[in-house]
Design a protein around this ligand. Structure first.
Ligand code: SAM
Length: 259
């Protein structure tokens, strides 16, 4: 395994993504339902980006499924779900979550994305390969994209979210107005602009690259599940907020195919 990923795995094992999003009894149905509710309330653009319904009876591979919130959404909508995840703790939680909700995944692999082609090939004929907020934490985005390319067939759609450099969040962090609260002290984190994406995805046919998502809430109440907007967003006109979101959103939403 890549050295950096050994460190990364320890980090994600200590704090699996969004694990604190509910105060209900850990890993109960109620707990997982609340985690999902919070995710899609705060990050409503995910459903719009993925369109979970579209993948009914289709073969889906998710890279870096975390505690399985999107996995459940795919399964709920009838997808044939496969996943790969670096953190054994997250892998274990997702396995439990899928069982609790009486779903069945086709496969749930515990490994790094850098080893994708050891587990899958073009023959899997995936309809969708999906990865949300993962590959900018990997040891090498280039290596992961090479691995993804190897296993994509002409019908595979690739949907990836990477952090945007040209974003409100990045600017505020640079000015030290904001800290990276969601993943404090994360071992690897990268940010990309549209030019970087063109270069990184030069072997792919880019269908769409767009920005979305501004987090408008105050952090302290948010941690207690209270949604209080910071003043400048509270009074911002909706159209202006949308313009902000589309131009300076922190998520780069990429849809691609192979050439
Ligand atoms: C920010 S979380 C996102 C999880 C999930 N996609 C979501 O949106 O909730 C990042 C996840 O990627 C996983 N991860 C990081 N590097 C990885 C790699 N190289 N291969 C596979 N998974 C990785 C981490 O273990 C963690 O679960």
């Amino acid at each position: 395994m890549k050295k950096l990923n050994v460190i990364s795995r320890k980090y994600w094992n200590r704090q699996p993504c969004n694990i604190k999003h509910s105060k209900k009894k850990l890993f109960s149905k109620e707990y997982f339902n609340e985690v999902s509710k919070k995710r899609y309330f705060v990050e409503g653009h995910i459903k719009n980006f993925v369109n979970f319904k579209k993948w009914k009876n289709k073969k889906v591979l998710e890279i870096g499924f975390g505690i399985g919130t999107d996995a459940i959404e795919f399964l709920k909508n009838g997808a044939k779900y496969n996943g790969i995840e670096l953190s054994d703790k997250s892998h274990e939680i997702t396995k439990k979550r899928i069982k609790i909700f009486n779903f069945k995944a086709e496969s749930l692999i515990f490994d790094e994305a850098e080893n994708l082609s050891k587990h899958f090939s073009k023959k899997n004929n995936f309809d969708l390969i999906y990865s949300f907020g993962v590959l900018h934490h990997s040891s090498s985005l280039q290596k992961c994209l090479r691995e993804i390319y190897k296993i994509m067939s002409p019908k595979t759609e690739l949907k990836v979210m990477l952090y945007a450099k040209n974003s409100y969040k990045y600017m505020m962090m640079k000015k030290k107005f904001l800290r990276y609260e969601a993943q404090k002290n994360v071992p690897v984190i990268d940010f990309y602009d549209h030019e970087d994406i063109k270069k990184l995805f030069s072997k792919f046919k880019l269908k769409e690259v767009r920005q979305d998502f501004i987090f408008p809430y105050k952090i302290t109440p948010y941690k207690k599940n209270k949604y209080v907007k910071v003043e400048h967003f509270k009074y911002m006109n909706k159209n202006i907020f949308n313009t902000f979101r589309e131009n300076l959103g922190e998520h780069l939403l990429i849809t691609a195919r192979i050439k």
